[in-house]
Design a protein around this ligand. Structure first.
Ligand SMILES: Cc1cc2nc3c(=O)[nH]c(=O)nc-3n(C[C@H](O)[C@H](O)[C@H](O)COP(=O)(O)OP(=O)(O)OC[C@H]3O[C@@H](n4cnc5c(N)ncnc54)[C@H](O)[C@@H]3O)c2cc1C
Length: 319
């Protein structure tokens, strides 16, 4: 038994989502928590965040993400640890590798969880369905259960002084397992937290009218809130923001503590990407806009008047 946690890294450092999953895995009390790290990384911090043991597979075939090598290394890690559950983030890697791992292991897979709990010694994943209109609790019947979890679903506890023994290996993979050739890696132009991991988001809609207005209203408010800017698809289609900024069914699925929606109507496809946000603040001049049915706080009014006022207040509070 026990839980294997696939820990994402960025530039050789564990990502926030890895610490969230380790802390939750430990709290579930379902046996040994093993942190699995693939590729070059500093794994020394993982024990402090809940890992009882660390499995670090590192060789040239794992230096950049490839589906074949990652799935094989994951399957080998499951065999090496005898883990009953495997947790990963519901990000590009989790969405790509976990379904293939499920097929390879004949394992049940629960995707896009926003909560996990143990019940009678079994892991239960809670996940939104129908664009967030309902939540289901899912269990798996197979010997190994796979769960992907949306980033920001769990708080990160302060690290303890605990350390974990590190076992290293090559994961049993080689160059012949690389089925995708990475030709170029483009780093984002800004140092902002990626939307999928952002704890705060300020998003703008079509109502921003032009890229200049989007850049002078949404982005400065986002900076004042210490948030990542986002956009509706209508705003992206109109050229106000890029596709990387898009939140929703055909954009990114986000799960922040705070989501400020400026002039966004709240179409079902937009809601599908942000409905699980803990606090939603909507600014819209139409009191009947659907977004208000989901907002924790709603301001009926002109965003061009309200956004600068919010910006001034946040600048005072978070200066
Ligand atoms: C297959 C498919 C996939 C899709 N995927 C996505 C997706 O991933 N993400 C997504 O966002 N959409 C997606 N859409 C599009 C979606 O249906 C909506 O068209 C889109 O979300 C609308 O964007 P919006 O709210 O910015 O624009 P609108 O719906 O035009 O709303 C603009 C809002 O701004 C308000 N407003 C106008 N001026 C002001 C002002 N000065 N101050 C305050 N409020 C003002 C208006 O009252 C209105 O509510 C998808 C659609 C389809 C068919």
């Amino acid at each position: 038994m026990g839980i294997l946690v696939l820990c994402d890294t960025d530039g050789g450092v564990p990502r926030k989502s890895a610490y969230e999953l380790l802390g939750k895995a430990k709290a579930l009390g379902l046996g040994t928590v093993t942190a699995l790290v693939l590729g070059p990384a500093d794994v020394s911090s993982l024990g402090g965040y809940g890992a009882d043991a660390v499995l670090h597979y590192n060789n040239a075939a794992l230096a950049t993400y490839s589906t074949g090598a990652t799935v094989k290394a994951l399957a080998n890690a499951v065999a090496a640890t005898g883990a009953g559950y495997v947790l990963g983030s519901a990000n590009q890697v989790g969405r790509d590798a976990f379904p293939r791992l499920a097929a390879r292991l004949g394992a049940g897979l629960v995707v896009e969880c926003t909560d996990l709990r143990s019940e009678g010694g079994k892991l239960v994943g809670r996940r939104p369905v129908y664009g967030g209109k309902a939540l289901v609790d899912a269990r798996v019947q197979s010997a190994v259960g796979l769960f992907t979890v949306r980033p920001n679903s769990f708080p990160i506890a302060a690290p303890t002084a605990a350390t974990a023994a590190v076992t290293t290996g090559d994961g049993g993979v080689s160059a012949s397992d690389i089925d995708v050739k990475v030709v170029q890696t483009l780093a984002p132009d800004s140092k902002q937290v990626d939307l999928t991991e952002a704890d705060r988001i300020v998003a703008g809609g079509r109502s921003l009218k032009s890229k200049e207005l989007f850049d002078s209203v949404v982005r400065p408010l986002a900076a004042a809130v210490h948030a990542t800017p986002g956009a509706s698809r209508a705003a992206v289609d109109a050229g106000l923001a890029t596709h990387g900024d898009q939140v929703g069914q055909t954009g990114k699925v986000v799960n922040p503590s705070l989501y400020i929606a400026l002039g966004i109507s709240g179409a079902i496809q937009h809601l599908a990407g942000m409905r699980t946000s803990r606090v939603i603040v909507a600014v819209n001049k139409d009191a009947d806009a659907p977004i208000f049915q989901f907002a924790t706080y709603g301001y009926v009014g002109d965003l061009f008047e309200i956004a600068p006022l919010l910006q001034k207040e946040f600048e005072k509070i978070l200066a």
